[in-house]
Design a protein around this ligand. Structure first.
Ligand SMILES: Nc1nc2c(ncn2[C@@H]2O[C@@H]3COP(=O)(O)O[C@H]4[C@@H](O)[C@H](n5cnc6c(=O)[nH]c(N)nc65)O[C@@H]4COP(=O)(O)O[C@H]3[C@H]2O)c(=O)[nH]1
Length: 717
């Protein structure tokens, strides 16, 4: 028996509400019931978003609700009579075709159908078989279909993004973990586990701060309520690895909230900044600490001294500053080598640190100088105890490279407020006091006294600084060209000493050579000059392919030292410069001293084939007799004669006579201090052999000299 069906007309009539009442007014109860049922169906069909369908026993559509137009774009009439399986197919979760047993109700079956535009739509179908009441035969089916295309797409999208997030969370090299509102860890990324070294089970469920060192500041991290709504919060903290190592991390926390705003989860991403921190710390260390001894350097010491003075001013204390200088450090360096010297400094740093309290500071200023700051002295006399302790400790023998070495120290003490109220003044005064200790025979300490500011004391300070200048590379040589008067060609150069003082800048030789002579320092300094000048000359000659001499000034004090000849031959040997290219300039004083040894030294040098020159001739006795007695090769006319050669006829006559006389004795004559073309022309006319002076060039560094020489050689070529 066919299923009583609604045709389309019926349906339109029902769903549009245009139900026309039958002509007869006699309505049976059965009809009323039927009409009610139709109205109910009409309302439902209009309101539900699902597509309602009905088929006959061959599953041809006999009815579809209007919704199908919205879902699939078909007019219900277009579908009428078509089999459901013609317009689409049932599929399983896996997308494979599914064969429905129509005899039983079914629900949530996926039905893939193409809409009018040919696009795939996904419907979720449910249906029931319809049986004939009387015969019990299957006469069709009816059901609903929900269009789930958009929802499925959205779900798939969400699923994919969740998968992506999960992959990111777990597989990428990001340290991340989630916590709940109680800060207990709920999930942790694989990378995080790998870096921290824990098993997942060791982290899940634990409060995150339990992975931080006890002394770490955790307050901020435990303020979940403070987490920003649309941003993340960054905190610096330390994390403990399973192996006990500590990681410095920046932890960025983002709150994941439910719609009402309550926090559901906190996502924490950790960035390991341990290396960066280490690097920053090493930079700070480099800037503030001495790399050899690990003690604070001058900068940090001055800073601490400033702070100590400020505190002492507030609290009415005194500050003692001790300048400690080792007495025989250079000897250790020279005899045992630099490695031993370094070891000594490190050990000395330890010794000094052992003599003071933790609140005091030991710093290394450079070289063999240390500084001690005692910041909160309550009683005068306390620093005396410390100073004596330091002297005692310093003079204990050191074991250095298998040798037992004894070093002593000289200490200068200055006090705040008595001896100064700024770090600079205190430093200067402690330094002065230290020099006084040195002059008093070393291995002692001295307090600053106002008279130490005097000239004699400054002299003493300078002498001590000069003593250190050599080891600190503060000395340098400049070279002034010497030219052939006739040809204008370069024949040689004179080496002139300069001192680059760390605070005073370049100091001219006239200001410190007398000091060096007086103190005997000219001997080691002279050796350095000889070595440097010979080496530079040899290298320059090699580069230029020329044989030019270098003249080196040798003072009377150097002659008094027996080792001059040895120093000269050692310099020549080390450099490989031929003896005939070294000229030693001596002043009249050397020969006038009537010291027999000087003559002997000059003879020995001359026998070595080293050239000898008498410097500044004309300024002293200018005795002709010694020129004959001593083996000189060259005579240098002092620039005092040359400067007024044009105006002063007496000087001019004298200069002319000196040149003639020197030639008669077989000497080469050099005119010094040539400043003008005219002076050069006159001297050339008088047969002066060589010329030197600002007119040609000022003394130059060896590099600048090389350029000068190359240019001159080019113009002469
Ligand atoms: N006004 C003027 N000056 C000119 C001119 N040409 C050169 N001079 C300067 O005259 C000085 C010549 O050196 P000196 O008579 O040996 O006189 C030297 C020498 O006696 C001594 N000296 C320099 N270097 C050394 C050294 O290595 N050892 C020793 N023992 N003494 C040195 O110091 C003295 C002064 O040296 P510096 O200041 O370098 O002065 C140099 C040089 O710069 C010029 O045209 N005009």
């Amino acid at each position: 028996m066919p299923l009583p069906t609604f045709n389309q007309k019926d349906f339109t009539r029902l769903t549009d509400g245009a139900v026309k009442e039958p002509a007869s007014n006699v309505v049976t109860p059965r009809e009323v019931k039927a009409q009610e049922s139709i109205r109910r169906f009409k309302d439902i069909a209009r309101l539900v978003s699902d597509w309602i369908w009905e088929t006959d026993d061959e599953f041809r559509l006999t009815f579809t609700s209007q919704r199908v137009m919205e879902n699939l774009g078909f007019h219900p009439l277009e579908l009428k009579g078509r089999r459901l399986t013609e317009i689409g197919k049932f599929v399983g979760e896996d997308g494979k075709p599914l064969f429905l047993k129509w005899k039983a109700p079914f629900r949530d079956k996926l039905f893939v159908v193409k809409d009018r535009a040919g696009k795939k739509r996904l419907m979720l179908m449910g249906g029931v078989p319809v049986y004939d009441n009387a015969s019990g035969a299957l006469i069709g089916a009816r059901g609903t279909a929900e269009d789930i295309t958009e929802r499925t797409l959205a779900e798939e999208k969400l699923k994919k993004s969740e998968e992506r997030y999960r992959t990111l969370y777990n597989k990428s090299p990001v340290m991340a973990f989630s916590t709940n509102r109680d800060h207990r860890i709920t999930s942790v990324s694989e990378y995080c586990l790998k870096i921290l070294g824990y098993e997942k089970s060791e982290m899940i469920g634990r409060i995150m701060t339990s992975f931080m060192p006890e002394d770490a500041d955790k307050t901020e991290l435990l303020q979940a309520e403070d987490l920003p709504e649309d941003d993340f919060r960054e905190e610096n903290c330390r994390f403990l690895c399973k192996n006990g190592e500590e990681l410095d991390v920046v932890i960025s926390s983002t709150a994941i909230r439910e719609e009402q705003g309550a926090i559901v989860q906190i996502l924490n991403v950790l960035v390991d900044i341990t290396e960066r921190k280490r690097y920053e710390a090493s930079l700070v260390r480099q800037a503030n600490y001495d790399s050899l001894t690990n003690l604070p350097n001058r900068g940090l010491a001055m800073d601490r001294l400033g702070q100590a003075i400020a505190r002492a001013r507030r609290e009415d204390y005194m500050v003692a500053l001790m300048f400690v200088d080792l007495d025989n450090f250079k000897k250790v360096n020279d005899t045992l080598g630099h490695a031993a010297g370094d070891e000594l400094l490190v050990k000395m740093g330890d010794h000094l640190s052992g003599c003071i309290r933790e609140s005091d500071t030991v710093a290394r200023l450079g070289g063999d100088e240390f500084l001690i700051i005692l910041p909160d002295l309550k009683a005068v006399g306390h620093y005396e105890i410390v100073a004596q302790k330091i002297l005692d400790r310093c003079s204990l023998p050191f074991e250095l490279c298998g040798h037992e070495v004894v070093v002593t120290a000289s200490i200068g003490v200055a006090l705040y407020p008595n001896d100064g109220d700024t770090p600079d003044i205190l430093m200067r005064n402690a330094d002065s006091a230290m020099y006084r200790s040195k002059s008093k025979g070393k291995n002692t300490f001295q307090f600053f006294a106002p008279e130490m500011d005097g000239l004699a004391h400054q002299h003493l300070i300078l002498e001590n600084q000069l003593r250190r200048a050599l080891s600190r590379d503060e000395l340098a040589l400049r070279y002034q060209p010497v030219l052939d008067a006739k040809s204008g060609e370069l024949v040689g150069m004179e080496a002139l000493l300069r001192w680059r003082h760390p605070k005073m800048g370049w100091i001219p030789p006239g200001n410190f050579i007398p000091l060096a002579e007086e103190s005997g320092l000219i001997v080691p300094i002279g050796e350095w000059i000889l070595e440097t000048a010979c080496r530079d000359a040899r290298q320059l000659n090699e580069k230029l392919g020329k044989e030019m001499f270098v003249a080196v000034n040798v003072s009377a004090r150097q002659f008094a030292n027996q080792k001059l000849v040895d120093a000269v031959s050692s310099a020549l040997e080390k450099s490989g410069l031929s003896c005939g290219l070294l000229e030693l300039e001596v002043t009249e004083g050397v020969v006038l001293d009537h010291v027999p040894e000087n003559k002997e030294t000059l003879i020995r040098l001359s026998e070595m084939n080293v050239r000898l020159s008498i410097d500044d001739f004309g300024t002293g006795y200018s005795s002709l007799s010694y020129l004959k007695k001593f083996p000189f090769d060259t005579l240098k006319i002092d620039r005092a004669f040359i400067s007024d050669i044009q105006e002063d006829s007496e000087n001019a006559a004298l200069t002319k006579a000196i040149i003639a006389m020197a030639h008669a004795l077989g000497l080469t004559v050099i005119g010094e201090g040539i400043e003008t073309e005219e002076q050069a022309a006159i001297l050339e006319q008088w047969h002066c052999n060589y010329l030197q002076g600002y007119h040609y060039s000022r003394p130059l560094s060896i590099e600048a000299y090389e350029n000068f020489a190359r240019k001159l050689i080019r113009t002469k070529a």
